[in-house]
Design a protein around this ligand. Structure first.
Ligand code: SAM
Length: 350
């Protein structure tokens, strides 16, 4: 892998890139293509950040853009170069292998298109890269595609999924004590598709990523729910509603059309909690951008209708990490807004 590809935290193979444009994932490509159609004229200059194998760059040129710049650190960018020749579009696309942050363009652009995140756009240095690109490359009044991601959260009941996290550490045939591994695994934040039947609360928007603003890479919110049905709850599911200029949108919410492509992000609880319908769940949710990666923290309190505390967890993805302090890629407290980390994360690195 090239050093630049490492910086993205993404190391896709050609097989992976094929999956992204596979017709069964057409909801994604069609949403972006419609958005391109709505803004491209013969004068339009487009920048495709994270072009991969060049799909959106080729589509933009096919739709008649005057010129397209396509940036990608992965060597699979060669596929885009070849396809541009094979489709008679090579004279209107400039492919640049590298990270957008390290690239200069000869002109400003009218449209920046990118789909470089996963289950959520809060993934590696993505928000920083797009803020940099908007600042340096977009003409005043230019268009970012997508325009906005509305980040949503809900409580989930998922006993089977939760067991797949904790069962290996709770119970092993040698009777070994793996309680620390259990703590780590319930601190892991990872992609996990859910279905609507897993949701046990209303959904709430907890942040809005407005690609025309991108003032800070840090996002946080305090959410309060009463469950919609009593019974055990195993954590939170997060997803996005992706919105384009003019209001066209798609979502990776459970059972929504984008879910099979992007999945959801799962924030497990330290323990399942058997909720009554009149319990109140409060979650302080924070995504802190530290040393090029996101540290997630979710502090949960459950109180009964009589205001008695039923459960309290203070969790952080920081606790799932292994690397020794100071190693490259490790999340250490840097000068990157350390005050934004909650006190237990500060304790963990002290
Ligand atoms: C999910 S793939 C999308 C590929 C293609 N645009 C598509 O939609 O089919 C995201 C790509 O973005 C690239 N990437 C991430 N950050 C980047 C940056 N700052 N500059 C250029 N490429 C970036 C990754 O290497 C990866 O190939």
């Amino acid at each position: 892998m090239s050093a630049d590809a490492k910086l993205t935290n993404q190391n896709y193979s050609l097989f992976d890139y094929g999956g992204m444009i596979n017709a069964k994932n057409a909801v994604r490509t069609e949403a972006f293509t419609t958005a391109l159609k709505n803004c491209i004229t013969p004068e339009t200059v487009v920048l495709d950040i994270g072009t991969g194998t060049g799909y959106f760059a080729l589509v933009a040129a096919q739709l008649g853009a005057r010129h397209v710049y396509a940036i990608e650190p992965n060597p699979a960018i060669q596929v885009g170069r070849e396809a541009a020749v094979d489709n008679g579009l090579a004279d209107r696309i400039t492919f640049i292998q590298g990270m957008s942050n390290n690239v200069d363009l000869p002109e400003k652009v009218d449209v920046i298109i990118s789909d470089i995140g996963g289950a959520l756009p809060l993934c590696g240095p993505l928000i920083r890269s797009l803020a940099d690109a908007r600042e340096r490359f977009l003409k005043p009044g230019g268009i970012m595609l997508p325009e906005r991601d509305s980040l949503c959260a809900a409580l989930v009941r998922a006993p089977g999924i939760y067991a797949s996290y904790v069962a290996p550490w709770d119970d092993n045939s040698a009777g070994l004590d793996f309680h620390r591994a259990r703590q780590r695994v319930t601190s892991l934040v990872r992609k996990q598709p859910f279905q609507k039947k897993n949701l046990t609360s209303s959904l709430q928007e907890w942040a809005s990523v407005d690609y025309g603003q991108l003032n800070s890479p840090h996002y946080d919110s305090e959410l309060t729910w009463s469950p919609t049905k009593a019974g055990p709850v195993h954590g939170l599911a997060l997803w996005f509603d992706r919105i384009f200029p003019g209001g066209q949108q798609f979502s990776n919410a459970p059972d929504e059309i984008g879910n099979p492509i992007y999945g959801n992000l799962y924030l497990p609880w330290s323990e399942p909690v058997d909720l009554a319908e009149d319990d109140t769940v409060t979650v302080k949710l924070r995504a802190s951008f530290v040393d090029g990666n996101y540290i997630w923290s979710w502090q949960t309190t459950v109180r009964t209708a009589q205001d008695v505390e039923k459960a309290r967890f203070s969790q952080s993805s920081f606790l799932s990490q292994f690397k020794a302090r100071g190693q490259p890629g490790n999340a250490t407290l840097s000068d990157e807004q350390p005050s934004q980390l909650p006190s237990d994360e500060l304790a963990a690195v002290a």
